[in-house]
Write a protein that binds this ligand. Sequence first.
Ligand SMILES: [Ca+2]
Ligand SMILES: [Ca+2]
Length: 399
Amino acid sequence: MKLKKLMGMALVSSLAISSFAACGNDKETNSDPTTQPTATTAPTEAPTEAPTEAPTEAPTEAPTEAPTPTEAPTPTPEADPNTLYDYDASTKSQSLYFQDRGGIVRWVSTDGHDSEQCFLITGRSQNWHGTYLSVPDEYIGKVLHVSYWAKHTVSEPIMISCTLSVIKPDGNGAWPERANNEAVPPNEWTFIEADIPVYADVTTPMLCWEATDLNDFYIDDVLVTVVEGAVAEAQYQDLVVEKPDLSGVESVSLTFNDENLFFGNRGDGTPAIVSGGHDDDFAMQVTGRSASWNGAQVDLSDYKLAGRTINISYWVKTEEATEVNVTLEENFSDGSDTAYNRLASSGDITPGEWVQVTGTIEVGANTVKPILYFESPSDTASFTVDEVVISFSPAAAAE
Ligand SMILES: [Ca+2]
Ligand SMILES: [Ca+2]
């Protein structure tokens, strides 16, 4: 019995990534778990297979000396079958289960929480950089309880968060849930925990640790368990709709005289259809802005614009002397940095006067997500736009 327990522990520490599978099926075939083993010699190494049955008879002699196991077999509570991950950094190999996510994970053997050892996350060059643990597919649709201890040596409190990263049914990434807390004070291990639902309609869920800015941080005693009986419903069903094929569309004309707003919020910028258009009754007004990049945007991905040309024409009116420009944000298939290129510039606008603006831009050959947006160098200016015509050069295949 004891052998099996030892072996079970070895499995937990050496195969920790599958600890949820290894634990909990420790079949109790022996009737009296308190009995000490009475083998004449201690095993020199862990058996590769669990004994399939209890010894048929007791050894005839008592051992001449007590076995001296190299590790104290402290009677740990039975591993919880609901445990996905349980990492206390007690062995260096545990750090291998934390994947690099922009940052690097190092095992350090000083000043851990409750023990010398913990995990250092360093080498971050983006605020989302850090480390992650994959969540196996079988946990999709369940609620996870995530807890960990966090520490840093920055001179002021910073956030150290665990964020759930998923792919939504429409193929886009999202970070819908996080275990947050008050900012972690310097040089003090701080406990953080939260229930995180892994929504039923996501794929590739990962638990990602990150921190404010590019600071190094430490984590320890990471425990991820399933909240028994809790269900995480589908979250993104609205996205599972048949997308129209827009690749053949060569222009979009917007008068805002119907309910088609076409544009959505960008930052605090909020577009809405208002009365008082250019040469007609209605236009789109953008209000609520608090930064120059705020405005109104539309994601043109469905138009399949890679390598094509966009032309735009619009009328615009402001209440203050400023510019209202159109920019194309481009995200690339090769993962290179997002580009922001000016598509049309209004120049200074005389307050209260409608002005027509036109512009053109060539979309990158490997652009997968072009987002077109109105913005203004004035952080707070509201503006009104009308008669927007966006046209696209024919797709290469149609030429
Ligand atoms: Ca530790
Ligand atoms: Ca109009």
